[in-house]
Structures are given as structure tokens and as C-alpha cells.
Design a protein around this ligand. Structure first.
Ligand code: NAP
Length: 384
């Protein structure tokens, strides 16, 4: 049996039998530092429309934390035939083996991956939006064989060209959050020049790209952060209006939310947000609905602080606001946003790089909100 040891690379296209992977199992679901452990795992074979990618670097995302915790849903229930989970929905790597139906990509090409999988056969996948496909899943969260391993297995349509001006670590860092922020702002909320956009968690994974996309679209981001170093980061990205959320206790109710709204108006010159970029959920959502402008939009893709939301619906109907759900991005949107990265219109915001063995620690930092921007893991990329 041929085992691929860390720090070694097989010759191009040669597939060993086993690889090192960080694995979550049902009996150790919990905080990432306990749930994710290195194991020798078999290297999966590819189907006709699939591709095996040698992972040079992998990007850390919040869904690795949900997968580790097994809450609100255990990933084991999502792929019951494989009662283990290799997380990781972002990677940059080298095409190592292609399925018999793959025509666009060849062994040896350098790629980044987007994380949407769908059936590729239904009407939604052919002329509609693959996010509406009944079999739509997020690779590395709802499916197995994610990127915290020496090899990962993806559908051919997930491959995108790697921006050659970036390092492997930078290339692996941006896909999931950039493509999600792109769909939220450009497709779902249809941001326009001049719009005021309230961006919660502006120095986080989604936020750093929301700020850059707003600037590119000619909109005016209002960046919410929780500290001075995070404020400096969003300033570097072009945010001029910044709010430190520690100056408010939004759990106190509507009076405090109104005070937050007053702060927004002080910064904008009296205007309320046309768009609220939401992913925090329970803690911020009542404020988001209250502060949005009349006829404004609240676009939401996540709920870090809790998914059961309560809010005063009178602000929604009397002022005719809209709540818009959004989830990742389709291949076309991912391709456009990736091109923005290739053309240097958007930049990666890689704050920290970790070695493979530190994968659980990197996730734990994110779980504890002790990070900013994006974090990457070196897998096959040589240590400096
Ligand atoms: P992240 O890097 O952790 O950034 C989130 C930011 O939110 C943090 O930097 C933090 O900034 C802020 N935050 C955390 N708790 C908060 C609270 N109680 N109140 C206000 N702000 C708070 O994570 P991310 O990658 O941006 O992802 C954020 C969420 O979106 C996660 O739940 C993730 O699962 C979800 N998501 C969903 C999709 C999708 O396709 N549906 C895609 C990407 C992410 P400050 O402390 O500076 O305020």
C-alpha cells in the first residue's frame, strides 16, 4: 500500500492509496480543537464528471466549525454512507486525475475551487440556477472529501483558474466568502452606485469582500467591527464609515438599536442603509430590520450568533422593507468574481497562514472570533 506522507509529492498524476486528512467523527463532535484529528484515509476514486485535486493550500471557513460541532446538524447525517467527515470548502491545487467525461481541464492545471455541487442534469442546472437544484449541496460541508486533506474530490464544474499572481495560500483563501458576498450584493440585493450598505462583521471573511465589492460598485459601505485593529483593516480596504459595535449593547432592545441607527445617520449625512449585509443573525437581526431604509433590503446568508430570529415586523411592513435569503453562488457568479481576483480588482485578505497540523487551532481561533480577514492552511505547499 502506497501512503502519501506529508512533505512529499508523488509524480504528476500518480495516485497513492492513502493520504493524511483531518477527520471529524460522530463520537468526537464538539469544538474544532477536539473534533478534528489527522488520520490516514483512502484516496477516493473519481466518477466520470469528477476531478481529484492535489491540495496545495486550503482555506478556513466557518462551516468547518459547524461541521466540527455537529450542530445545528451533524454532517454524518448528510452523507450516511460515509460516517466520517473531511471538512474544507476552499482549496487551491493541481488537477491530478480527471473523470472520463471531463473535457475542460487537464492533469497538471492549477486551479481554485468553488464549493457548489448540484446534479448538472435538471432544468435548474441547465438554464436556471444550480442553487435551486434539488440535489444542491455545499462541498466540504454537506459532502465529504473536502480540502483539509492532501487530495480532495470535486465535480468538474467546481474548477476555476488560479490567479497566478497570488501565492498558493492566498489562492486558497478567498473563494467561499468572495463568491457568497458577490451573489448577496450583486445578484440578490442588486447594489447600485450611491447605495449605503451596512456591513456587519466587516473585517471577517465575508465582510472584507463585501467592503471591496461595495467600493467597486460605487456604493458606500458602513463597516461594523469590534476593535481598533479590525477598524484599521477595513479602512485599508476603503471603508470610510466605521462603527465599533462594542459601543452598543444591541441585546438591550429597540432603544439601543435606534441609537445605533442614529450613529449610522451621523456617518452618512442623515441617510439610512439601502442594504444591510447580514450573516450574524440572532444578535443583530432586529437592529438590521429597524435601521434599514424604507423599501430597503436585508440580505442574509448566515446566523453566527443563532438562527432563531425575532424582530418587530411592523418596521418591515409599514416601511416596506425586504428580507432576502442568499446562499453561496452558482458557477457563473463564482467565475465572474474569480475573474475580478485574476484582474486584481479585488484582493485577497489573508491574515494568517497555518501548517497542516494546526488546522484545528485555526478553526478554533475563528470559533472564538480571535481572527480577522481570512486564514489558510499549507497542505502540499512547502513550508517557507
Ligand atoms: P468570520 O470570518 O468569523 O466573520 C464574521 C464576523 O462577524 C466576525 O469577524 C465578527 O466581527 C462578526 N461577529 C461575530 N459575532 C458577532 C456578533 N455577536 N455581533 C456582531 N458581529 C459579530 O465568518 P464569515 O466567513 O464572514 O461567515 C460569517 C457567517 O456567515 C458564518 O455563520 C458562516 O457560516 C456564514 N456563511 C454563510 C455562507 C452561505 O453561503 N450561506 C457563506 C459564507 C459564510 P466583529 O467582532 O469585528 O464584529
Amino acid at each position: 500500500m502506497k501512503t502519501l506522507e506529508l512533505g512529499t509529492t508523488p509524480s504528476l498524476g500518480e495516485v497513492p492509496d492513502t493520504m493524511k486528512a483531518f477527520v471529524i467523527r460522530a463520537d468526537r463532535e464538539g469544538e474544532p480543537k477536539d473534533a478534528m484529528r489527522v488520520e490516514d484515509m483512502p484516496i477516493p476514486d473519481v466518477g466520470p464528471n469528477e476531478v481529484l485535486v492535489l491540495v496545495m493550500a486550503a482555506g478556513v471557513n466557518f462551516n468547518g466549525i459547524w461541521a466540527a460541532r455537529g450542530k445545528p446538524v451533524s454532517t454524518m447525517k448528510m452523507h450516511p454512507d460515509e460516517p466520517f467527515h473531511i471538512a474544507g470548502s476552499d482549496a487551491a491545487g493541481i488537477v491530478w486525475k480527471v473523470g472520463s467525461a471531463i473535457r475542460r481541464w487537464k492533469v497538471g492545471e492549477e486551479v481554485v475551487l468553488h464549493c457548489n455541487q448540484s446534479c448538472r442534469e435538471c432544468p435548474e442546472c441547465n438554464g436556471g440556477d444550480p442553487l435551486a437544484c434539488e440535489q444542491q449541496k455545499i462541498w466540504g460541508y454537506e459532502t465529504n472529501w473536502g480540502s483539509f486533506a492532501q487530495f480532495c474530490k470535486v465535480q468538474g464544474q467546481q474548477l476555476l483558474p488560479r490567479p497566478k499572481h497570488l501565492t498558493w495560500e492566498e489562492s486558497a483563501s478567498y473563494g467561499l466568502t468572495l463568491f457568497t458576498a458577490y451573489r448577496m450584493l450583486m445578484a440578490q440585493a442588486q447594489v447600485k452606485p450611491g447605495d449605503n450598505v451596512l456591513v456587519w462583521g466587516a473585517s471577517g471573511g465575508l465582510g472584507v469582500f463585501a467592503i471591496q465589492l461595495c467600493k467597486l460598485a460605487g456604493a458606500r459601505p458602513i463597516a461594523v467591527v469590534s476593535g481598533d485593529d479590525k477598524a484599521r483593516l477595513v479602512q485599508e480596504l476603503g471603508a470610510e464609515m466605521i462603527i465599533n459595535r462594542n459601543e452598543f449593547d444591541l441585546s438591550k432592545g429597540p432603544a439601543e438599536s435606534r441609537r445605533f441607527g442614529k450613529k449610522i445617520r451621523e456617518l452618512t449625512g442623515g441617510e439610512d442603509p439601502d442594504i444591510v449585509f447580514e450573516h450574524v443573525g440572532q444578535y443583530t437581526f432586529p437592529t438590521s430590520v429597524l435601521v434599514a431604509k424604507r423599501f430597503g433590503k436585508i440580505v442574509i446568508c448566515g446566523a453566527t450568533s443563532g438562527y432563531e430570529l425575532t424582530f418587530d415586523v411592523r418596521y418591515l411592513w409599514m416601511r416596506q422593507k425586504r428580507i432576502i435569503g442568499s446562499h453561496f453562488a452558482n458557477t457563473h457568479q463564482a467565475e465572474i468574481a474569480n475573474r475580478m481576483m485574476i484582474e486584481k480588482k479585488i484582493r485577497p485578505v489573508l491574515d494568517q497562514v497555518f501548517e497542516f497540523e494546526d488546522t484545528p487551532r485555526a478553526h478554533q481561533l475563528m470559533a472564538d472570533n480571535k481572527h480577522k480577514g481570512k486564514m489558510s492552511i499549507r497542505v502540499q505547499t512547502p513550508r517557507p
